[in-house]
Design a protein. Structure first.
Length: 272
């Protein structure tokens, strides 16, 4: 492990130093590190991702790119870190999932001569998907039908915050998430003060089944059916896993995309 100089006292400064120097003593040319000792290296990568989450975003991005540059000293190391950065930062079921951290890695991998053209086709598709509904950009419009037959739009909603929940029918993970949202003090407080509206969207096309499962959605929520199936057809939202949660502001600008519930609760609490 690299030792952080004593002059770096502030936690953010220490994280930013490690973002750029964490791998200084790692031998990328030693294939043992990504072979028989791969589990140790993988844990080191997990620890690294945890550390850089405390750094400023731009410094964390520079650190990720620096890591890939260092890994280019050996093809096996480069392949190992490329695969595991995708596994931990891109895959939706990863507890460390962060599209915004994965994007600089993805951009660097697309520019690398060590990535073959076939893999670059897939990486380019991932890059295009990650451009949709990025935090700080307007959320794509959603046209939905309610149980009463009304046809409404996301843009017509009026609320300081909108919690957008994509769900499937009879989905155990979705039911569990609904229960957690219903028992969230931060969310309930915002609802009580009429500062947050929850919109549950079923993005598939089975209207009859959706109507049968409407009882799963709390009465205080809005529940909508994507009657044009435009989310699926036009991929206006890339739903890598269901359920998926977005937090929007009053202008329908994305604050959090595909976010874990604790991140939503933290944001709402901090911005109380």
């Amino acid at each position: 492990m690299v030792t952080v100089p004593s002059l770096y006292v502030d936690p953010q400064m220490r994280a930013e130093y490690m973002a750029m120097h964490y791998w200084d003593l790692f031998d990328f040319r030693d294939t043992v590190n990504v072979g028989s000792a791969a589990t140790v290296t993988e844990q080191a990568l997990v620890n690294y991702i945890a550390i850089i989450s405390y750094a400023r975003y731009d410094v964390a991005c520079k650190g990720i790119v620096h890591l890939i540059d260092l890994a280019e000293s050996d093809s096996a190391a480069h392949a190992f870190f490329a695969v595991n950065l995708e596994r931990y930062l891109y895959e939706a079921d990863s507890p460390m999932h962060s599209d915004e951290f994965f994007m600089p890695a993805l951009e660097r991998l697309l520019a690398s001569d060590m990535v073959d053209d076939t893999r670059k086709i897939r990486l380019k598709m991932m890059w295009n998907d990650l451009q949709k509904n990025r935090p700080g950009t307007p959320a794509a419009e959603i046209h939905y039908r309610t149980a009463s037959g009304s046809r409404l739009t996301l843009s017509a909603l009026r609320s300081e915050y909108i919690l957008l929940v994509f769900h499937n029918l009879g989905c155990n993970a979705c039911i569990a998430l609904i229960d957690k949202i219903e028992n969230s003090a931060a969310i309930k407080e915002k609802q009580r003060r009429n500062r947050l509206q929850i919109l549950a969207i079923y993005p598939d096309k089975n209207l009859d089944e959706w109507e049968k499962h409407l009882h799963e959605i709390p009465s205080s929520w809005l529940s909508g059916f994507d009657y044009n199936t435009e989310i699926d057809r036009n991929e206006t939202y890339v739903l890598r896993a269901i359920p998926s949660v977005y937090l929007l502001d009053k202008n329908k600008t994305v604050i959090l995309r595909d976010a874990p519930l604790p991140a939503v609760e933290h944001y709402l609490s901090v911005n109380e």
